[in-house]
Design a protein around this ligand. Structure first.
Ligand code: NAG
Ligand code: NAG
Length: 362
């Protein structure tokens, strides 16, 4: 999804926008290659959204200026194909992206990858970075989800996570993509640094080993900007808090954390004022402030039974002396740091005496 841009931040310097969104993105990518220089001048654009670079319906391509500069690469779009510009028609998902890039001849270390599929961008980034080492990546984020470091709201991975009543697709509301915090965590864990932001639109990542300056702190990226009308309750129920999921939480725990954050955001619009960034009418007309979470004050919070007891712990007899006995109970490692007697019930079976009588203690 492309919008007009207002402000671009690159490595600490703020510039006012002079031109179209495309110009801004091109400009920031160009500035980065002035610092790290180019190698194969190969780009990949996931979510091209047009049939050609000149398509009047096109909303702006991140690779057009590079193409005019003589770069070449791969374009993928769900609806269009065009051999002249190596544009392939495919629906990119977290599950197929690496195989698709391999099949279509992407080098291991392309200079630039642009991700803009309005939905599962976060998971596509995660999978790409498990295998490829692009030098620069731009990825769309959802600035409506700006919530400081209090949550890491994220779109569901629609290939894997059941969607309930949500269609799992962009519907011209603020339900799309993932928060800057979720993307920041995935990028950092993979060895990338956030060096630029096109507010309300894209984060710009560079391989940390190539970038000679400090990155942009997370706090500078998580201000909430309302850019789209309110999302539906059905869509909201499909969101997760990616930090909970990434730490090993279940889908239910990640949905639960997201629901709690969404209700908080819906109930306290005045406590955390935000900007109706692009004059979105829905936002401006919603007198209490931003509109994105307007209908979510009573979003159901799922109940999750997350910590279950091990069905059988490994018990080893250590010693028996007359009527006294000792044994060692080996709990699975996962339970050790949340040991809670309330679910720890013993059932002990003891063979007593030469007659072989068995007594059981529950
Ligand atoms: C981050 O925000 C702080 C406070 O607004 C500002 O002083 C600083 O220059 C920003 N840093 C970067 C790298 O943008
Ligand atoms: C294919 O792309 C080229 C370059 O953008 C363009 O000139 C041409 O019209 C496109 N072809 C179709 C069928 O859209």
């Amino acid at each position: 999804m492309k919008l007009a841009l207002l402000v671009v931040l690159l490595a600490g310097c703020v510039r006012e926008a002079q031109s179209s969104s495309q110009g801004q993105q091109d400009g920031i990518v160009r500035s980065i290659f002035e610092v790290i220089s180019t190698t194969n001048r190969y780009f990949v654009e996931l979510g091209f959204d047009a049939a050609s670079y000149e398509d009047p319906g096109a909303t702006g391509s991140n690779t057009h200026a590079l193409w005019l500069d003589g770069w070449r690469g791969l374009l993928i779009d769900g609806d269009h194909e065009n051999e002249t510009i190596n544009l392939h028609r495919a629906f990119v998902t977290s599950s197929n992206v690496v195989a698709l890039l391999r099949k279509l001849g992407t080098p291991l270390e392309p200079d630039y990858i642009s991700i803009d599929v309005d939905s599962t961008d976060l998971y596509i980034l995660e999978r790409v970075l498990t295998t490829l080492r692009p030098r620069v990546v731009t990825i769309e984020y959802n600035s409506n989800f700006g919530d400081g470091d209090s949550s890491a709201l994220a779109f569901p991975d629609t290939d894997w996570m059941p969607l309930g009543a949500s269609k799992g697709a962009f519907a011209a509301t603020c339900f799309y993509g993932s928060s800057a915090s979720a993307i920041y965590a995935v990028a950092t864990a993979a060895g990338y640094v956030v060096v630029g932001v096109v507010y309300g639109l894209d984060l710009v990542l560079v391989r940390a080993s190539l970038w000679p300056h400090p990155g942009i702190p997370l706090a500078n990226l998580t201000k909430r900007l309302d850019t789209w009308p309110a999302m539906s309750v059905e869509d909201a129920a499909a969101l997760i808090d990616h930090s909970v999921y990434a730490a090993g939480g279940s889908l239910c725990a990640a949905r639960r954390a997201a629901a709690i954050a969404l209700r908080r955001l819906a109930r306290a619009p005045n406590l955390e004022p935000c900007t109706c960034f692009l004059g979105d009418a829905d936002c401006v007309q919603f007198t209490k402030g931003c509109s994105c979470f307007r209908d979510l004050a009573d979003l159901p919070v799922p109940d999750c039974v997350d910590v279950t007891s091990p069905h059988a712990a490994d018990v080893k007899a250590v010693s028996v002396e007359g009527h006294r006995w000792r044994a060692r109970v080996d709990l699975p490692a996962a339970y050790l740091d949340r040991l809670d007697a309330s679910w720890f019930r013993t059932s002990v079976k003891i063979d007593v005496g030469p007659g072989g009588a068995t007594e059981k203690y529950g």
